[in-house]
Design a protein around this ligand. Structure first.
Ligand SMILES: Cc1cc2nc3c(=O)[nH]c(=O)nc-3n(C[C@H](O)[C@H](O)[C@H](O)COP(=O)(O)OP(=O)(O)OC[C@H]3O[C@@H](n4cnc5c(N)ncnc54)[C@H](O)[C@@H]3O)c2cc1C
Ligand code: SF4
Length: 525
C-alpha cells in the first residue's frame, strides 16, 4: 500500500480540474469517484482554521484526520490523483484559500470544484472564495442525505410551526420506508415511542461495545507538535472509533445484531459506567460520510425482517425515526434558520459554564458520569446530552454560546449543522420553540426514573432544600419562576405553573433561596 507521504508526488501531473474534499465528505460512493479521470486532481487538507475554530476533543481531531488519510489512500488505490496536505507539511498554508490559491497557481488548474459543505461557516467561505476566483468553479451535492437543504423549508412553507412528526411522516412516505398500501405506516402506527424508554433493570448487564484498536499515534504526535488546544484524553495506540468505511460497516453490523433488539427499550436509560448501552455510536461514521443514512436504515430493516420474531417493531421504528426523522429534520432547520439561529438566546441567559464541565469534578453523580465519559470517549448518548448536561446548563442560565461551544468541541460527532440545532434548539430552548415545543428541564425525579445515578450521589434526590438537597430540585423551580412571563402560557407546561402558584409562599421562598445559593456556588457543586 502506498503511504500518504507519496500522494503529493503522484499528483505531479495535475492538469485541469482541482476538486476539494472536506474532512467530513468521505463518501467513496459519490459520483465524483465513479470513474478515474486523468484531468482531475483531488485535494484534502489538515488545516489550522479547522482544528482551531473551536476547542475540539483530541479524539475528534485524530478521528477526522485518520479517516481523511485512509480515504486518500483508498482514492489512490482506485488510481485517482490526490494531493494530501498534512498538518505539519512545510507547504501547508493552514487555510483553504491559501492552500487552494497556491495549488491553482502552481499547477495551472482551469477549474475548481467542491461539494456542498454541511456547515454554514464553510459554505459562506467557499462561496466567497469562488466569487474572487478567476477560473471556472462548480459546486455539487454530497449525495449523502435523504433530503435536500431546502426540503424542510419547502414542506413547512407558510406554517408557523415545524413539527418533527409531520416531517418524519413525509420522509417515510416519500422514501417508502416502513410503509404499506402506498402510504400507510407499517403495523398501523407512525410512532411506537410509548413502548420504549425503560430504566435498566438492576441485574441487567448490557453488551460490551465494539471497540476498535487503531494505532493513530503518529497523528497524535503531529498534533502534539503544534499549539492546537484540545479537550479530553486519547489512547492513541488503541483508538476505539471507526476510521474507515470497513470499520464503520463492522460497527453497523455489530449494532443491528447486538444492540437493535433492545435499542428502543433502553434508549433513554442511563447507568454509571455504562457509556453507550444499546446506542449505535454510528453518528461519527455517518457525519463524516463514511457510511450513508440510507445504508444504515436499510441494514436495520434487513436485520428486523430476518429476525422479526425476535426483534420487536418498536425497536426498529425508534431507530429509523432518529435517522430519517431527527437527523434530517435538524439539518433542514439548520439551513432554514441560519445564520440567525446561531445567535438566538430566548431567555437572555448570560452565565458561564461551571468549571467542572471541563474536568468532570463535581459531587453531582449524574453530571460527573456524563462529563467524565465525554472526556474519556468523546461520547455521551442522547439523554445524557439532553437531560443531564443540557438540562443543568439550562437550569443554571448558561449563555447558549458557551453551551454550543462545549458541545461542538467535546463530541466526536459534533458538526455544527446537527450540533447547534440540538444544543441551542432542543436542549437550551434558545430558539424559543422552533425545534421543541417546551424546554427540556427536569428535577431529580426524571433523572432517578431513568438512571441509577442518584443512589451513588453525594446529594439527596428527594430533598428540595437544606443540606445535600439535589441541586436539580431547586434550580428547576427557580427556572420556572424566573421565566414565568415567557413560559406560563405554553399549554404543555401550564400544569407546572398551577403547582408552583399553589405552593406555600414559605416553601417557594426556601426553594428560590436554595437555588440562589447553588447558583452563587456553582463551581463547588
Ligand atoms: C445537546 C445535544 C447535542 C447534540 N449534538 C450532536 C452532534 O453534535 N452531532 C450529532 O450527530 N448528534 C448530536 N446530538 C444528537 C444525538 O444525541 C446524537 O446523534 C447521538 O447521541 C449519537 O450517538 P449514536 O450514534 O450512538 O446515536 P443512536 O442513539 O444510536 O441514534 C442513531 C442515530 O440517530 C441520529 N440521531 C439520533 N438523535 C438525533 C438528534 N436529536 N439529532 C440528529 N440526529 C440524531 C444520529 O445520527 C445517531 O447516530 C445532540 C443531542 C443533544 C441533546
Ligand atoms: S441526586 Fe441529583 S445530582 Fe445526584 S445524581 Fe440524582 S439528580 Fe444528579
Amino acid at each position: 500500500m502506498i503511504d500518504v507521504e507519496t500522494l503529493n508526488k503522484m499528483a505531479k501531473n495535475a492538469t485541469s480540474t482541482l476538486r476539494l474534499i472536506l474532512g467530513d465528505q468521505l463518501n467513496i460512493n459519490h459520483s465524483w469517484f465513479k470513474k478515474v479521470d486523468d484531468q482531475v486532481t483531488y485535494v484534502m487538507m489538515e488545516i489550522r482554521s479547522e482544528t482551531d475554530y473551536v476547542q475540539h476533543h483530541i479524539q475528534k481531531v485524530i478521528g477526522v484526520f485518520a479517516a481523511m488519510q485512509n480515504f486518500a489512500k483508498e482514492l489512490l488505490q482506485l488510481h485517482h490523483k490526490v494531493i494530501y496536505i498534512k498538518l505539519n507539511d512545510e507547504n501547508n498554508l493552514q487555510s483553504f484559500n491559501k492552500n487552494l490559491d497556491a495549488l491553482v497557481l502552481k499547477n495551472s488548474f482551469s477549474c475548481f470544484e467542491y461539494q456542498l459543505p454541511d456547515e454554514y461557516r464553510v459554505d459562506q467561505y467557499l462561496k466567497d472564495y469562488c466569487k474572487a476566483l478567476s477560473i471556472t468553479n462548480n459546486v455539487t451535492d454530497t449525495e449523502h442525505f435523504y433530503s435536500s437543504r431546502a426540503e424542510l423549508g419547502n414542506l413547512f412553507e407558510g406554517k408557523k410551526t415545524y413539527l418533527m412528526e409531520t416531517f418524519y411522516r413525509y420522509m417515510r412516505k416519500k422514501h417508502h420506508v416502513l410503509i404499506i398500501d402506498g402510504d400507510k405506516p407499517l403495523h398501523g402506527k407512525w410512532n411506537f415511542d410509548e413502548d420504549n424508554r425503560q430504566k435498566l433493570p438492576k441485574n441487567h448487564t448490557p453488551n460490551s461495545p465494539l471497540l476498535f484498536t487503531n494505532d493513530v499515534s503518529e497523528i497524535d504526535i503531529e498534533i502534539k507538535k503544534t499549539s492546537i488546544k484540545t479537550i479530553g484524553v486519547v489512547n492513541s495506540k488503541n483508538f476505539l472509533w471507526p476510521i474507515n468505511r470497513s470499520q464503520s460497516l463492522q460497527l453497523l453490523d455489530f449494532f443491528v445484531k447486538k444492540c437493535l433488539p433492545l435499542f428502543g427499550t433502553f434508549q433513554d436509560a442511563m447507568a454509571p459506567n455504562e457509556w453507550s448501552l444499546y446506542h449505535s455510536r454510528l453518528s461519527f461514521s455517518m457525519n463524516i460520510k463514511l457510511i450513508s443514512p440510507q445504508e444504515v436504515v436499510n441494514r436495520a430493516i434487513e436485520e428486523y425482517t430476518n429476525r422479526s420474531i425476535e426483534i420487536e417493531y418498536n425497536q426498529l421504528e425508534g431507530f429509523v425515526r432518529q435517522i430519517i426523522g431527527w437527523r434530517e429534520y435538524m439539518r433542514g432547520i439548520y439551513w432554514l434558520k441560519m445564520p440567525e439561529y446561531a445567535s438566538l438566546n430566548y431567555f437572555d441567559h448570560t452565565e458561564k459554564l461551571p468549571q467542572w464541565f471541563w474536568t468532570g469534578k463535581t459531587k453531582m453523580n449524574c453530571l460527573k458520569n456524563a462529563i467524565t465519559q465525554s472526556l474519556q470517549f468523546a461520547y455521551a448518548h442522547h439523554i445524557q446530552r439532553l437531560m443531564i448536561t443540557g438540562n443543568f446548563a439550562l437550569l443554571a442560565g448558561v449563555n447558549p454560546n458557551e453551551v454550543d461551544a462545549w458541545y461542538l468541541g467535546i463530541y466526536i460527532d459534533a458538526f455544527e449543522w446537527v450540533e447547534i440545532t440540538n444544543t441551542r434548539g432542543m436542549s437550551q430552548f434558545a430558539d424559543g420553540g422552533i425545534v421543541g415545543s417546551k424546554p427540556y428541564v427536569s428535577s431529580a425525579t426524571y433523572i432517578n426514573k431513568m438512571s441509577s445515578y442518584c443512589s451513588g450521589c453525594y446529594y439527596d434526590k428527594s430533598k428540595k432544600t437544606g443540606d445535600k438537597a439535589c441541586p436539580f430540585n431547586s434550580l428547576y423551580w427557580n427556572f420556572y419562576d424566573k421565566h414565568e412571563a415567557k413560559l406560563s402560557r405554553n399549554p404543555r407546561i401550564g400544569m407546572m405553573y398551577n403547582v408552583w402558584r399553589k405552593m406555600e409562599p414559605t416553601a417557594k421562598a426556601q426553594l428560590l433561596e436554595q437555588a440562589d445559593y447553588y447558583l452563587k456556588h456553582i463551581n463547588e457543586l
